[in-house]
Design a protein around this ligand. Structure first.
Ligand code: HXC
Length: 513
């Protein structure tokens, strides 16, 4: 590049635009502990890899005398760059320019970079720091958001779309992220809501601050709108780089292969207690299977009863879905079903094989869950696994009861390989509940009811609560020792690389939403 001093006009124009909304607004942004739009891009991308476009775009609003107002770059920075050498497209909204609000030209810059990302088949990263549709531009601003939502939808399942929420984001600035694959939030910086606290107070008379309404913790722990939570912007940017590194750049490419590493030195046979009522951390089992240090957990703080994330086995990316006995015994409920189903669909869209680790007592019963729609939410997981045509490998670690057995990538939903550990219990329900129902008459008639109950529980366990009934029917392909798991999983992944599935021709399915 030529030295800029030779081109004073270019230099002064660049400097002016780089100031965004001006010195005072910049100072306000810094005071709030926030980086500027360009600093954020530089911090996410490889050093000196960013190339900016449309820096000198001017807004075209005629309403409210806005045409007299200059808006640097119309409040958004767009360009392309690299993360660990791989290309990405990126935009970053500038809150110092009219609160990062989205006017029509601002939207056209975003849609331009979205179009590049889609046609070049590279991931798109959107940094959102915006009050939503620019009120002064009226329907033109709404049109801009419509164009963005349409592109988000068209790009879904073709390229990874990552949204980073780095300020108070309202309206369209949260709906676009909701249409993308992964949403990142930062404590005390990110806020997401359809309408902000002042609108809520005006319309409903309800008083609430931005953080309590839609802060990072709210969305990563309660609503499930956010997939990654960070303590600081820099921490967030490292997480984005780690994610980009482990996922494919598009739906036609594989993720980058890494040099295979040994898993962590943990004795897998000691991780899962024999007593089916005892909890343990299923992440320990994952650690025994993946190349050491290579687990990127998704939605770590939401629906902890299921663990999802990307790891590498023999240097290749794999998606993990694992019941977490540490939280609510690993049951499936509305939130964990949604969480897992979406992840299964992501893996399927991007050709990432899925390893499912199963240990659960089934779907969570109760009025709350029924009224919250557990039928509708739970069905999403059945659908997602059935639909997924990527290699699907299931290991039943311990309990596999009822609907949970079917839903967690069973043979019946077309898992390719199902392995079970010797202590696995595969049945319609746990022995205690089952014995109380099917042997009720014997228990009632017995003199010593408790002794009879225990006898019947044992009888049930011997007959049904083991992996051998399922194995005798071919629903379990192999009963394996825990220490054989990695070898079986590696082999299954290796031989499934060219898997072909014939499915009925259709436009698309209907159920998951
Ligand atoms: C125009 C806006 C704006 C907007 C903020 N500003 N939002 N200008 N259109 N949507 C301007 C402010 O006037 C102010 O300008 C500057 O940005 C900074 O905003 P502040 O309010 O001072 O900042 P803060 O106190 O941090 O509050 C941020 C905020 C609040 C929570 C985002 O500004 C707010 O509630 N804005 C409106 C949010 C909203 O309801 N949007 C809905 C849009 S509808 P000055 O000149 O004073 O510095 C939408 C439709 C999409 O998006 C459809 C979805 C399906």
């Amino acid at each position: 590049m030529q030295k800029e001093s030779k081109y004073p006009e270019l230099q002064s124009r660049r400097e002016k635009v780089s100031l965004g909304g001006g010195e005072a607004a910049l100072q306000k942004q810094i005071k709030m502990g926030k980086m500027t739009a360009r600093q954020r891009i530089d911090a996410i991308l490889d050093d000196n890899s960013f190339f900016e476009y449309d820096m000198f775009i001017q807004h075209e609003a005629r309403e409210f005398g806005m045409d007299k107002k200059e808006l640097a770059g119309d409040g958004v920075v767009i360009g392309t760059g690299k993360i660990n050498g791989s290309p990405v497209a990126i935009y970053s909204q500038d809150f110092t320019v009219m609160g990062g609000s989205l006017g029509y030209k601002h939207a056209m810059k975003i849609t331009k970079i979205m179009d590049y990302a889609l046609s070049l088949r590279i991931p798109l990263i959107g940094i959102n720091d915006s009050g939503g549709a620019r009120i002064q531009e009226g329907v033109s601003a709404l049109a801009g958001y419509g164009e963005i939502f349409y592109r988000n939808t068209m790009a879904s399942g073709v390229i990874p779309q990552i949204s980073v929420i780095l300020g108070p984001c309202a309206g369209g600035a949260v709906y676009s992220p909701a249409l993308t694959d992964f949403v990142f939030v930062v404590d005390n910086v990110s806020k997401m809501f359809i309408t902000g606290p002042s609108v809520i107070e005006t319309v409903l008379g309800e008083k609430i601050d931005g953080e309590s309404l839609g802060g990072a913790k709210v969305h990563s722990e309660i609503t499930g709108n956010a997939h990654f939570y960070a303590e600081s912007e820099n921490d967030c940017f490292k997480q984005i780089r780690d994610l980009i590194d482990i996922i494919p750049a598009n739906n036609k490419q594989s993720a980058k292969s890494e040099t295979p590493k040994q898993p962590a030195k943990i004795d897998i046979s000691t991780v899962v207690p024999n007593d089916p009522s005892k909890p343990y951390d299923v992440r320990q089992v994952i650690k025994c299977l993946i190349d050491e240090g290579e687990f990127v957990e998704v939605m770590e703080r939401f629906a902890g009863n299921i663990v999802i994330g990307f790891g590498r086995i023999d240097g290749e990316t794999v998606g993990f879905v694992a019941n977490q006995p540490l939280v609510m015994a690993g049951v499936l409920d509305c939130d964990s079903s949604d969480k897992a189903a979406r992840f299964v669909r992501y893996c399927d869209a991007f050709n990432i094989p899925i390893v499912t680790l199963e240990d659960l007592p089934g779907y969570l019963p109760g009025v709350d869950q029924e009224h919250a729609g557990v039928i509708r939410h739970g069905a999403k997981l059945l659908y997602a696994y059935s639909e997924a045509s990527v290699p699907k490998i299931t290991v039943i670690l311990r309990k596999a009861y009822g609907g949970g057995y079917i839903a967690m990538s069973s043979k019946h939903l077309r898992a390719d390989f199902v392995m079970a550990w010797p202590n696995a219990e595969i049945a319609v329900m746990g022995p205690e509940g089952a014995a109380n129902i099917i042997f009720m008459k014997d228990i009632r008639a017995a003199e010593d009811k408790e002794a009879m109950r225990q006898e019947k529980i044992k009888e049930y366990k011997d007959k049904f609560s083991n992996p051998y009934v399922a194995a005798s029917k071919g629903y379990v392909d192999a009963v394996i020792k825990p220490e054989e798991t990695l070898a079986y999983v590696k082999h299954a992944l290796e031989i499934s690389k060219n898997k072909v599935v014939e499915q009925p021709t259709k436009k698309h399915g209907v159920v998951p939403f």
